[in-house]
Write a protein that binds this ligand. Structure first.
Ligand code: UDP
Ligand code: MG
Length: 136
């Protein structure tokens, strides 16, 4: 049975800064994702704090929110069969050092904090995150 899903992807400041936007989008397209919506924006730290609220008790929370708001990002709605898990697989492990060959983070990630991309971790969170950036 078909299970088309949408997920939220973010190309993070370290990747936008290195002009990797088009290469990363090509990786999504080559892996069967359609980019339904996209915009390049810079967010306020307070918005990053809302977006990453689940991590508010973590030691890296403040740096993470500083970082996500430090420069332009590209936010996208991706769609394909089982898009949430598929995007997590294509992104690779949080720490680029642990990411498998062929993944975005292996190819482009610099460090655990500058790991080039964000992807929703569940269908439920994908809905919340898409709504967060694309309310219309
Ligand atoms: N992060 C960090 N240090 C850590 C763990 C995570 O800076 O020890 C950052 C990293 O940018 C990561 C984000 O916090 O992408 C969110 O963490 P999460 O565990 O949700 O990883 P992800 O879902 O992005 O793989
Ligand atoms: Mg996460």
């Amino acid at each position: 049975m078909s299970n088309i899903e949408q997920t939220l992807s973010i190309i993070k400041p370290d990747a936008v800064e290195r002009n990797l936007e088009n290469e990363i989008k090509e990786m999504f397209k080559n892996n069967g994702f359609s980019i339904l919506k996209e915009k390049k924006i810079q967010i306020e730290k307070s918005e990053a704090e809302n977006f990453y609220k689940v991590h508010e008790t973590k030691p890296f929370y403040n740096d993470l929110c500083e970082y996500l708001s430090s420069g332009p990002i590209v936010v996208m709605v991706l769609e394909k069969e089982n898009a949430v898990l598929g995007n997590r697989e294509l992104m690779g492990a949080t720490n680029p050092k642990d990411a498998a060959d062929g993944t975005i983070r292996k190819k482009y990630g610099i460090s655990i904090d500058k790991n080039s991309v964000h992807g929703s971790d569940s269908v439920e969170n994908a809905k919340i995150e898409i709504e967060f950036f694309f309310k219309d």
